[in-house]
Design a protein around this ligand. Sequence first.
Ligand SMILES: Cc1cc2nc3c(=O)[nH]c(=O)nc-3n(C[C@H](O)[C@H](O)[C@H](O)COP(=O)(O)O)c2cc1C
Length: 326
Amino acid sequence: MTRLTRAFAMEHPIVLAPMDLVAGARLATAVTDAGGLGLIGGGYGDRDWLRREFAEAGDTRVGCGFITWSLADRPELLDIALEHGPAAVMLSFGDPMPFAARVHDAGVPLICQIHTLGQARRALEAGANVIVTQGGEAGGHGVGTRSTFTLVPDVADLVARTAPGTLVLAAGGVADGRGLAAALALGADGVLVGTRFWAAHEAIVSPRAHQRAIEADGDATIRTSVYDIIRRYPWRGVYTGRLLRNGFIDRWHGRESELTANLPHVAAEFRDAVDAEDFDVANVIVGEAVGQIRRVMPAGEIVRRMAGDAAEILGRFADASASLRV
Ligand SMILES: Cc1cc2nc3c(=O)[nH]c(=O)nc-3n(C[C@H](O)[C@H](O)[C@H](O)COP(=O)(O)O)c2cc1C
């Protein structure tokens, strides 16, 4: 039991990351049914997708997460989410302040994902109930200047000093019981997991992409802006994304101005590759934890194994701690 499992009446302190168009109702409900908490990926904001996935989740308790700068362009999506009485609303990548009051007024817990201590302070000002502390190991977007191992204790200390009722989740590189045990030891109340659940049967991912990820190791990812430029997504400022390297990324990473100049032509090539599921060009968005994933599994099995292995590890260390006492 952690403060997270008590606050959200969950069995295991494991939350599914709201991965855009990957984390639909099937994956989110599977995680909740196994004792974690599933968050549907609200992503860049597609109202039909959001309505459909909430409807499919039915009475199963799930939340959803938005890309904050994109939500600012389509603020009505937050109303759609709040109409469904979500277990939580998560905001990532942008200032949460303009949306925080609406989430609080609806009586819904607010989760804010942050990448730096400065962003953590802003999330606390916005009244976040849960702060997701994302290190640069993570799959998908982030800032990438801090790693999970140091940012989690920094944020846990900040919260303990200034807002002790706020919960802290670790994100970035957590793929098994070792990661969960480490996160708890660093002061987190639980974990938010993306890449490991991306490789679940219920994730909306092509089997060919899954196969590529399973064959990759932890050295195989890179942080880059190439896949935002090619998809014409207007990510702003400090954000880059981590994904699997391939021929396309190797060709354009470091040549972003040239890519922008050649965009219409290269974007057509990219779209064809996405349609053909050619992952030498199309993107496979995973983090460094991909190296620990050797098999696609049902999400429920991922939750149960992660929780069981972490309990076993922490039990072992409880035994070992006896020999450390002087
Ligand atoms: C395929 C993929 C898509 C993601 N999409 C989103 C998203 O739409 N919104 C968001 O807040 N985070 C997104 N993330 C980041 C996660 O919230 C989380 O920080 C990250 O997955 C944690 O690290 P891990 O991948 O090592 O578990 C995504 C991550 C992945 C792997």
